[in-house]
Write a protein that binds this ligand. Structure first.
Ligand code: FRU
Length: 527
């Protein structure tokens, strides 16, 4: 998202909000997303680029996941949403629920800006405030500012941290506190932004991180503590990073690492993990929380995804797994988004664990296997477990392997050799491949190049690597050895089935499995 546009839309949206109903009316009203004309509904249901097994709103724009949680037997996902258009602006929290992380039901809009108040310019990203008697969330409210207090550079706007509670068993409606719990950055700090609260509870103390940064120095997460979850005291930065310096034409501090947004922080195994988004990338840091000094020390760092994946947020699921959600961004023009009538979706959830060497491991939950259909495998069922398919067998099998309706999954296991091999997903009606994955036979540092990005391979003990691809309309998510990930978009209009092809050193392929994936709704409305 372009921050220039962000500011302009913020200001423009104030005009829209003048006509918006009061907050109390929002929870009663049918959601804007229910009011699809039959013509729009038809158009969305037949848009081949619209995902069929990823969560997305019925129409219009979405971005960051907010406050995902398991509550009273159901999963709840809130997310950044513009009820007025398929482009960013007028930020609300939309809401969907799921019994199983896979199937979703759309709920009414959850939290809307209150005209004339501390959040009248937007309900930005936030998190669950754990350990409270009532379901509670913290979110960033955006409001008008004097130049001295502004936290969004050049926007005449400032960010404050707000609290809302719900007494509904299905978390349908939310009551806001009548004033922010944190009304601005700590006195005397020259910050580059102040948003996206991420709290946790340790004993009888709550802690809170806020995405921020220091002008001319670099991104940071600011740490606060509280004894009641409402009165917060600033402590210090929990962690901070370097600024890459000014870049001509880039004024948004996020673009140069001068501001970190959407922090997430949680224990994993015997370590802690800090995630944040900056420079349009998402980073993971595995390290140690020094509980005495309340400082986080990174031991290992990596990119969580090399593609169009941003602003992630995690939760603990019903089985105690740490599940990560992220926003799949678009990269087509606003004009194209408006014409499509929708923008953005939620990435497939990823279960996070620590891999040997304290690297982050990501697995799509096994629950998604229930959506597979028409699975075709090579070697064929019943073949000896250690059979290596011949080039002829591979070509023969691939000639019949198909993904219909752009919804499918490919799992490819191979043993990197000296040669180069290329695995492609290609429309059978012709046209450019949707994705090309090139193994470049550098045994010392085996890597897979996808969309000009070099992803490190981490072969298993037997030397095998696994590429896992999910294709859903225009969304392509790829996990490599469950360590590296890349999320791609392909907007090519080519219809027909998608074929799999392998060229180059066929001897490297050990097994291949291609499945269709069942849609989670009959009309691509994902509910
Ligand atoms: C990240 C982000 C957040 C902010 C939200 C606004 O995508 O910029 O920092 O809260 O989007 O929609």
């Amino acid at each position: 998202m372009d921050r220039r546009k962000f500011l302009i839309s913020s200001l423009a949206s104030s005009a829209l909000m003048a006509a918006a109903p009061a907050l109390s009316a929002f929870s009663e009203t049918a959601p804007a997303s229910d009011m699809l004309s039959p013509a729009l509904q038809q158009k969305l249901a037949h848009d081949p680029l619209r995902p069929q097994f990823h969560l997305l709103p019925r129409h219009n724009w979405m971005n960051d996941p907010c406050a995902p949680r398991y509550y009273k037997g159901e999963y709840h996902m809130f997310f950044q949403y513009n009820p007025d258009a398929a482009t960013w602006g007028d930020m609300h929290w939309n809401h969907a629920t799921s019994p199983d992380l896979v199937h979703w039901k759309h709920m009414p809009l959850a939290i809307a800006p209150t005209p004339g108040s501390f959040d009248s310019f937007g309900i930005f990203t936030g998190s669950v405030l754990p350990g409270m008697e009532q379901a509670t969330v913290l979110y960033t409210g955006v409001t008008k500012s004097t130049p001295e207090r502004e936290t969004i550079r050049g926007g005449g706007l400032r960010e404050v941290q707000c609290l809302a509670t719900s007494t509904d068993p299905d978390l349908r409606s939310w009551n806001k506190l009548d004033k922010p719990v944190i009304d601005g950055p700590p006195e005397g700090l020259k910050v580059t932004g102040f948003r996206d609260p991420c709290p946790w509870k340790d004993g009888d103390t709550w802690y809170l991180l806020i995405g921020s940064g220091f002008t001319g120095k670099g991104g940071a997460v600011l740490l606060y503590s509280s004894k009641d979850g409402r009165n917060w005291s600033y402590l210090h930065p929990l962690a901070q990073g370097p600024w890459s310096g000014p870049v001509p034409g880039k004024t948004d501090p996020v673009d140069t690492g001068e501001m970190w947004e959407c922090p997430d922080f949680f224990p994993l195994g015997d370590k802690h993990v800090l995630l944040y988004s900056t420079e349009r990338k998402v980073y993971w840091n595995v390290g140690v929380l020094d509980r005495k000094e309340m400082k986080f020390h990174t031991e290992k760092q990596g990119l969580l995804d090399h593609g169009f994946y941003y602003a992630m947020k995690s939760m603990e699921d019903a089985q105690g797994r740490r599940v990560l959600w992220g926003w799949v961004e678009e990269h087509r023009s606003d004009e194209a988004l408006r014409a499509a009538g929708w923008a953005g979706c939620m990435a497939l959830p990823r279960v996070l664990t620590l891999a040997p060497g304290n690297e982050l491991r990501m697995d799509v939950p096994a629950e998604f296997a229930s959506l597979r259909r028409n699975t075709q495998v090579l070697p064929p069922p019943g073949a000896p477990a250690d059979m290596t398919p011949t080039a002829d067998q591979i070509q023969h099998a691939m000639a019949t392997m198909r993904i219909e309706d752009r919804a499918g999954e490919v799992v490819c296991v191979f043993k990197p050799g000296d040669g180069t091999s290329t695995l492609e997903l290609q429309p059978n009606e012709g046209g450019a491949p949707l994705v090309s994955m090139v193994y470049n036979g550098d045994i010392a540092a085996p890597a897979l190049t996808i969309a000009e990005k070099k992803l490190k391979l981490t072969p298993d003990k037997a030397g095998f690597s696994t590429i896992h691809v999910w294709l859903d309309g225009s969304v392509i998510e790829i996990l490599v050895d469950n360590r590296e990930a890349i999320t791609l978009r392909d907007y090519s209009p080519a219809g027909g089935d998608i074929q799999i092809s392998l060229s180059g050193d066929a001897a490297s392929l050990r097994s291949l499995s291609v499945s269709g994936i069942k849609p989670i709704s009959s009309d691509r409305l994902t509910t």
